[in-house]
Every structure is written in C-alpha cells, then in structure tokens.
Design a binder for this molecule. Structure first.
Ligand SMILES: [Mn+2]
Length: 307
C-alpha cells in the first residue's frame, strides 16, 4: 500500500519522494507509537479525495513512495547511518528530488537534515523551519544526547546550521534549561500565542523576513504534529493547549512556499494509538503533506486551477 496509491520508482519527472522512518525509540513518553504512522498515513490516504483544496489533481503532483527505512531498533548509530544512506540514495537517483519524511519521533529529523546538508551544493544557504510546541533544545535528556527532546539542539550543532538559519515556531511548553540554551545561543523562536496577537499574515511575514535577512535560498520544514492544537491533532504524546489550527498552518505553508524554495519537509510525532476513532490526526497529517506538496509545486510554475 502506497501513499495515495503512487508508484515507487523515481523517474526523470518525479517531484517528491515520500518515505517513512518507523522509529520511535527516542521518545520520552511510553504510550506513543509514532513508528506506526507512516503505514497508517498511507492507509488513510486511500480514503481521501484526489484533488487539493485549490483544485489541483493529486496524481499530477508526481510523487513516489519509496517505502520505509529499515530500522534496527537496538542501535542508534547504525540507524543514523541507515537514514543517511537512504536519503543520499534518493538524491543519487534525482538531484532535485524533494524528500517528504514521515516519522517516527522527532529525532528522525536530525539524520535527514544532516544527509540533505551533505547532499546539496550550498548548505550554508539552507534554512530550517521547525513547527513544534517544544524547543527540543535539551543538551541531554534522560541521560542521552540522542532524544526527540534534543533534536533542535543537534540540528543547531550541524556545521551548516546557526542561529541565523534555524527558526522554531509554535512553542508553548518550554522547560527552564531549554530557555537558557535558547538565550545563550540566541536561537529565535516565535511562541504560538504571537500568531493570535498579530494574526497569521503578519506572523508569516516575520518567518519569511527571518530567512530573507540571512539570505536563505532553500528551506527544510519539520512539522512536529504537536505544533497543531490538540483539538485538531490529539494523536500525539504531548498534547499541549494553545496550538495552531489546521487553517493557520495551511496559510503559513502556502505563503512560505511562495517566497522560499522548499527542498524537503517532514511530519513527525503522529501517534495513531492516541488518535480519535475517526483518525482526525492522521487526516491532518495526510492533508498537510499533500497540500504542502502542491504549494511547493505551484511555486515552481504549475498553475493553480482555482484560488
Ligand atoms: Mn519536537
């Protein structure tokens, strides 16, 4: 079963490659099962209609489903290497392919960004936008440097990432050590309430301005599902009130994609066992993936059928 019944082989005209990382060992909460979400999101996509909200036919997005990275749950270093090799193999098949990763817990984002940075020509022009209720900036968490709670810290430590090209938005559950790390390193984050204070349009302009100031050309977006308000996305380990609505995230992504070249994105921390019986969280994830694919493609010159 593939995402929206897509093919599996990357061709010359393929735009996106969907793949799963079924790995949730580095979460800090036991009742979650985000490792199951790649397969569940594939299954839920069977029930969704085949046009985007702006009327674009989904089969014309030209994406393939490359399956899942094979995860050896016992060895973190081995898994990081496997993810690295998997992502690099996608670029070997097509240089400008846009990877779309489905976690897994948020740690999965770190090896993906590392592999992308190592694969593109000018990683210093790469920006990273993280949507998350949390900063994930702990240096170590539960005595490990490898955790979903240290992922932003690890990303910030990459040689091509600094406080100039990393932005975190949607935060509203920040711990004291993380706040200190953010202050010391002058890491920029926009708390979720700011969107409600200034409105989604101005909020999005501030995001674009941040990356334009740093002369960023390419952007990777990592979406922790807990950036959404739990009323729309309850299926996640840390359900923190005060998050974004679906429409707010949709509007942010639409405008960001119009202004900055998006070269990859992910959705992580979707936990199917905590979802409602009608699979609302899986639907949010599947919809956002397909809508964002369309926003990226329309920015590359494909016309909008409706607006
Ligand atoms: Mn996170």
């Amino acid at each position: 079963m593939n995402f929206f019944d897509s093919g599996e082989i990357i061709e010359n005209d393929t735009n996106f490659v969907f793949f799963g990382i079924p790995w949730d060992d580095l979460t800090s909460i036991e009742s979650t099962n985000s490792s199951k979400s790649p397969q569940k999101i594939r299954r839920i996509s069977e029930n969704l209609a085949l046009t985007t909200e702006l009327g674009f036919e989904i089969p014309k997005l030209k994406f393939v489903d490359a399956g899942n990275v094979l995860i050896d749950t016992n060895n973190i270093e081995t898994n990081i290497l496997k993810i690295n090799d998997f992502v690099k193999s996608l670029f070997d098949k097509k240089r400008d392919i846009i990877p779309v990763m489905i976690g897994g817990d948020h740690f999965c984002t770190y090896p993906v960004i590392k592999a992308i940075g190592d694969s593109i020509r000018n990683p210093k022009k790469l920006g990273v936008l993280i949507l998350d209720a949390h900063l994930d900036l702990y240096g170590t968490y539960q005595e490990s440097a490898y955790s979903h709670a240290t992922v932003s810290h690890l990303i910030h430590s990459l040689k091509f990432i600094s406080n100039k090209n990393l932005l975190i938005i949607g935060t509203r559950d920040i711990d004291i050590p993380e706040l200190k790390i953010a202050k010391t390193n002058e890491i920029t984050y926009f708390n979720a309430y700011v969107l409600h204070d200034i409105g989604v349009n101005l909020f999005t302009e501030k995001i674009i301005e941040f990356f334009e100031k740093s002369d960023i050309k390419d952007l990777y977006i990592s979406i922790d599902i807990d950036a959404f308000d739990p009323s729309i996305a309850p299926g996640t380990g840390y359900a923190i009130p005060g998050g974004f609505t679906y429409r707010e995230v949709w509007k942010i992504l639409r405008k960001v994609a119009k202004n900055i070249n998006i070269i990859g994105f992910d959705i992580v921390e979707v936990s199917p066992c905590l979802d409602l019986p009608n699979n609302i969280t899986l639907n949010v994830a599947a919809k956002i993936i397909i809508e964002l694919m369309y926003f990226i493609l329309s920015n590359k010159g494909v016309e909008e059928n409706a607006s």
